[in-house]
Write a protein that binds this ligand. Structure first.
Ligand code: NAD
Ligand code: TYD
Length: 352
């Protein structure tokens, strides 16, 4: 059967890489990108593929059940890869309800639409839910998150993602819709909105603005190149076990301050600045409330069961990312004009 795959959040950071991969790799699939185009959604991210005959865009909010149904009918949707979400922890601390609406209620709306549309035969359809390792909470100095680590979300963002994961599981158990969930570590790469650590710091280094490191800077994150996340999603979509869950990561832990110093060193070279110049921009600021100390993914299962592994080292991925931001100043200027400045002042004003 021909696949008509609905990818939600396809105009966002990770979604745009997933859409591009599927549109260019699977010419026999129709790819329908459904996105509300919030501040984080940007069709510029897809302008290289928007002429492709197997690509379609629908500007729809996943909170709108009637419009979701229309899209399912219009495109005869066979599968869903669900990425649409509010995704920034700091914003979730300021406005938790936005996260409940999109991440929880929006996901349930989408599940209901799929369940109704596919109810005559669930066996040939898949609802793939893209989630995060943040649902597992924080690690101490030792250990990794595995697929059986109990959920222990600490931020409104991770609580909303954990809730949506539970609804996906519940729909599989209760209604027999076929699902799969993956929980990935922190992504980085091209088209990343400059509110998250790496793109925000790249932008600030370019503009010689302070680099606001939260707390003592010794928080640890496990970084994966976004194109490797997209290939992992491709692998899980096609070969993952139904109603199972997969952790995605590249065993690549960095303390924030070490990562920031590496970024400064690499960018000083690229920008022909004096060695050590950008490090002087580092400014320790007030910590994020409820800040998770350490994330680290055990990606053994996806590697051993499905044969997936990352394609680039962190050094390669970071170099590609920096080059991309330096070459795409128009994209960066567009997304940092207008409301971005207001966001930035509001978010960082009282961090000291
Ligand atoms: P993003 O914020 O860059 O993009 C989110 C996209 O969803 C945007 O295009 C936005 O317009 C769209 N969207 C938001 N609310 C919507 C709504 N109500 N209806 C329709 N569209 C809506 O996010 P991202 O970083 O690309 O993350 C994508 C997914 O991957 C999310 O589910 C996130 O939880 C998950 N994830 C992200 C990371 C990461 O490091 N960024 C890691 C693991 C998992
Ligand atoms: P972020 O990119 O927001 O991802 P997440 O919180 O989902 O892991 O942040 C990554 C790490 O960087 C996290 O420990 C918080 C820290 N951080 C800063 O120190 N300063 C900043 O300005 C930002 C945005 C993040």
């Amino acid at each position: 059967m021909k696949k008509n795959i609905l990818i939600t959040g396809g105009a966002g950071f990770i979604g745009s890489h997933v859409v591009r991969l599927f549109v260019t790799k699977y010419l026999s699939y129709n790819i329908i990108n459904l996105d509300a185009l919030t501040y984080a959604g940007n069709l510029e991210n897809l302008k290289d593929i928007d002429h492709c005959s197997n690509y379609f865009f629908e500007k729809v909010n996943i909170l709108d059940a009637a419009q979701l149904k229309e899209v399912f009918v219009k495109h005869n949707i066979t599968d869903v890869i669900h990425l649409a979400a509010e995704s920034h922890v700091d914003r979730s601390i300021l406005s938790p309800l936005d996260f409940v609406y999109t991440n929880v209620i929006g996901t349930v709306n989408l599940l209901n639409t799929a369940k109704e549309f596919w109810k005559d035969d669930f066996s040939s359809h898949l609802f793939y839910h893209v989630s995060t390792d943040e649902v597992y909470g924080a690690l101490g100095n030792e250990g990794f998150f595995t697929e059986t680590t109990p959920y222990h979300p600490n931020s409104p963002y991770s609580a909303s993602k954990a809730s949506s994961d539970h609804f996906v599981r519940a729909y599989a158990e209760t209604y027999h819709i076929q699902t799969v969930i993956s929980n990935c570590s922190n992504n980085y790469g091209p088209f990343h909105f400059p509110e998250k650590l790496i793109p925000l710091f790249i932008n600030n280094i370019i503009n010689k603005k302070p680099l606001p490191v939260y707390g003592d800077g010794l928080y640890t994150r496990d970084w994966l190149f976004v194109k490797d996340h997209a290939t992992a999603i491709d692998t899980v979509f096609h070969n993952g076990k139904i109603n199972d869950t997969y952790n995605i990561g590249g065993f690549n832990e960095w303390k924030n301050i070490d990562l920031v110093k590496l970024l400064c060193t690499l960018m000083d070279k690229k920008l022909n600045r004096q060695s050590g110049e950008s490090e002087q921009l580092i400014t320790y600021v007030k910590d994020r409330p409820g800040h998770d100390r350490r994330y680290a993914i055990d990606a053994t299962k996806i590697n051993q069961e499905l044969g997936w592994k990352p394609s680039v080292t962190f050094e390669e991925g970071l170099a590609q990312t920096i080059d991309w931001y330096l070459e795409n100043t128009e994209w960066l200027n567009n997304v940092t004009s207008g409301t971005y400045e207001k966001y930035y002042d509001n978010m960082y004003a009282d961090r000291g």
